[in-house]
Design a protein around this ligand. Sequence first.
Ligand code: ATP
Ligand code: MG
Length: 229
Amino acid sequence: MNKIVEENNIIEVKNVHKSYGSGSAATHALRGIDLKINSGTFNCIVGPSGHGKSTLLQIIGGLDKPTSGQVNVMGEQINALSDQKLANFRSLKLGFVFQFFNLLKGLTVLENIQIPLMFAKIPAKQQEQRAKELLQLVDLSEKAQAKAFELSGGQKQRVAIARALANNPELLLMDEPTGNLDSESEAEVLKIIHELHRNGKTIVMVTHSKEIADQGERIITIKDGMVCE
Ligand SMILES: Nc1ncnc2c1ncn2[C@@H]1O[C@H](COP(=O)(O)OP(=O)(O)OP(=O)(O)O)[C@@H](O)[C@H]1O
Ligand SMILES: [Mg+2]
């Protein structure tokens, strides 16, 4: 029985430490994280500011490497991958959403969504088709040709979610996706996230909001770089 549960883990983090700097000036952001996340679940990471939430999410997403310990994501031991392989893994297998959207301001909405598809070498015609479908999913078809800087915060985040979904990743990593939104946009973005979960995506979302964290299936509290569930 246990074995079956084990095999269903989409993320396994084992004794992960992360330090920035060295010697007496070092910051120990993560101090021995052990964490397993089941496929298809909706997980919220909470905890005080500066205690390691973003660091953990970035390490799970291969945007940063642990100082020590092991990180297995979708059966891939990502802490052992070369930078190039890690970049490929990230862009083809994972979807990221950040608090400040990280869109390319001067590009259109469609072009922003097409970026991961370009990276995946999808033919141009299909890129556009797929980007349009994704835009429909986040209910923003009318903004396809708008420049990213012309959008409201909530609209930007919906585009960022569409971009994160471009290569149809099983796992979505989100760092305070509603942290910069008014309550109405927050509700719209959360509705999309819930829908993605219902459709089988695994969600790992950092949030400062207790109310939002309570909407997920599991709350993971990070304090002093450790998990205290
Ligand atoms: N690139 C970096 N260089 C040096 N120190 C860093 C770096 N990134 C994070 N840290 C430090 O690591 C610790 C954990 O930071 P982290 O960003 O993970 O916190 P957080 O829990 O996400 O906080 P917040 O809720 O404010 O976003 C902090 O002390 C921070 O200053
Ligand atoms: Mg953070």
